[in-house]
Design a binder for this molecule. Sequence first.
Ligand code: PXL
Length: 282
Amino acid sequence: MKRIVTLQDISCVGRCSTTVALPVISAMGVECGILPTAVLSTHTMFRHFTCKDLSDQIGPISDSWKKEDLFFDGIYTGYLASVRQCGQVRTFFEQFRTRDNLILVDPAMADNGKLYPAFDRDFPAAMASVCAKADVILPNITEGCLLTGLPYRTEYDSSYITELLQRLLGLGCRTAVLTGVSYEPDRLGIASLDQDGNAFSYFTKKCPQSYHGTGDLYSSTAFGGLMRGLSLGDALSLAADYVVECIEATSRSSEARWYGAEFESQIPWLCRELEQRLEGKG
Ligand code: PXL
């Protein structure tokens, strides 16, 4: 069984970051270690959240893993709490990078044209230096713009997306995947480009509802799929289809949207689809 580690916060309630990555990646048949970067009462879209920064634990934990000769087949980073943590994560990559492992960075820091409330304007440049060391990065369009300096637009065509992907590759990552791409009112999807010029895109129906944490759900599922051996295109499309399943399940229940998408009830669907798509591949 493959072993990965995910570096991101624990938001105790609200279905995002580690409370999404751990169950989803485990359910996909991959051992999921965690390195919590901060503990929050909830994610930062709640009004009264608390946050305990765990930066001082990152060095000692990674040093102890090094002494145990631990290795990871994959490293997945999400929400990081500060500029300092971006530097610590780059050091972690240097310590645990091997010839074969896969580093995926989701630069979770912004949406709908705006940085999340906990960040200063100097944060995107620090996150860009984390993206530079990744195999795969998974920003949304807002994050892509903040990482590259391209002006954010809500109306665009495929040449804007290609320009953004090329600028993201310019940061130094091997493959850039943009989420939340939409060229038609009722279709939403992803577009990717790698350093060899391979392009891929995939679209699903656009659900009218939106829930917090679906970016984390998307990245966790795509990463789990890659770790199980799906091709990049198959992993990205499985993740898109799963997020749609989760959004539809959530819209049938009455929970408030900031409690995230109801991914738990759709885990059996994910496991079935994963195995089928793996068989189709073989
Ligand atoms: O879903 C991304 C995320 C992760 N962790 C924390 C957040 C957010 C988004 O707001 O606040 C703490």
